[in-house]
Design a protein around this ligand. Structure first.
Ligand SMILES: Nc1ncnc2c1ncn2[C@@H]1O[C@H](COP(=O)(O)OP(=O)(O)OP(=O)(O)O)[C@@H](O)[C@H]1O
Length: 320
């Protein structure tokens, strides 16, 4: 039996919207939000699901969690049909959607957690152990007794993550978990998710516009645009596909009389009045470039810049 916890075949979602067509007339128009997505996610994988605004990410997550009925296609999560078996599915997945909260607005966080234990019928010992772990990893203690409505966005998000995990879900769906968070909360959330990933028993599907989240957490990246998958693979594979190169930046004591031509490392940028040269590392190695430069002038410093994921993803969005 396959151990894919998420299986989607030909998943589609169309919305019918009414748009103005003249002063009084309104016309029906079909919007295809998800246009035939195939996806298989093995147990324990951390998957980044990204795409530009309106690409269909949230709609996909809503179909995977049983909030929306697909217009066509097949979907199974933990072997269940999300819409038809939504209650059973809720016991096996955790969901954090930026705009919606699982917490009780007027209650202290601690009491929301206690209520959730009853909602999900979690044995007391298991609940206590999970809560203890979240309290320490997400640093909850200083605001555990604060009513949710008084929490900062970052504190609330840490509370939401805990709420989504207290029943021990196999799959966690996160829609923009770090959006709008300050640096400290962002680090806390990323650190926590990284820890979850290393433990290896929770499958994670993460949508985000912050590519640093993906770089830190996800080995696999699915990029969607106009409701279709335009890339499915590692970040390294994406760089490979778009020919991203590492760049060697060399600081020289004095500018060279003319721009050097190095085999396998085209000159990429010239800065600081010619004292700083950047070369794209195509087929040449770092050692080859350094020794070629050392023969031409006096080197003060050399650094290597890794390819930028923002850059390559922007190219991918433009291309698709
Ligand atoms: N309930 C709805 N009714 C009509 N159209 C909708 C509805 N929900 C989404 N859409 C449309 O479907 C498309 C995909 O929307 P979706 O929210 O899934 O995109 P997204 O990738 O999550 O975008 P973002 O990054 O902006 O959150 C958009 O064109 C959107 O306007």
């Amino acid at each position: 039996m396959s151990d894919d916890v998420i299986v989607a075949d030909g998943l589609r979602k169309e919305f019918v919207v009414r748009v103005r067509a003249g002063r009084l007339r309104r016309e029906k128009r079909r919007v295809t939000a998800v246009d035939g997505i195939d996806l298989r996610v093995p147990r324990g994988e951390m998957l980044g699901y990204i795409g530009p605004n309106g690409a269909g990410k949230s709609t996909t997550l809503k179909m995977l969690t049983g909030v929306l009925t697909p217009s066509a296609g097949e979907v199974r999560v933990c072997g269940l049909r999300p819409v038809a078996q939504r209650t059973r599915l809720a016991l096996r997945v955790g969901v954090v959607f930026g705009q919606r909260s699982q917490l009780w607005w007027d209650l202290p966080l601690r009491e929301s957690f206690a209520l959730l234990r009853h909602v999900y019928r979690v044995p007391a010992a298991a609940h206590a152990a999970r809560l203890r772990r979240c309290r320490s990893l997400l640093d909850l203690d200083s605001f555990l007794d604060t009513p949710v409505r008084q929490l900062s966005l970052g504190q609330r998000m840490r509370g939401e993550l805990t709420a989504a995990l207290l029943h021990g879900p196999e799959v966690l769906f996160l829609d923009e978990p770090t959006i709008g968070l300050d640096v400290v909360s962002k680090q806390a959330v990323r650190g926590f998710l990284g820890e979850l990933g290393r433990a290896g028993d929770t499958t994670l599907v993460l949508t985000t516009h912050d590519l640093a989240d993906i770089e830190r957490l996800c080995r696999r990246l699915v990029v969607v645009d106009h409701g279709r998958v335009v890339h499915d693979g590692s970040i390294a594979a994406l760089h490979e596909r778009y020919g991203s190169r590492r760049v060697l930046v060399a600081d020289l004591e004095a500018p060279l009389p003319e721009p050097p031509v190095l085999a396998g490392a085209p000159l990429h940028r010239v800065e600081a009045d010619g004292r700083r040269l950047a070369f794209a590392l195509e087929s040449a190695s770092v050692a080859e470039v350094v020794s070629a430069l050392a023969a031409l002038g006096t080197l003060r410093d050399v650094s290597i810049v890794e390819p930028d994921i923002e850059d390559v993803v922007a190219r991918l969005y433009r291309g698709s």
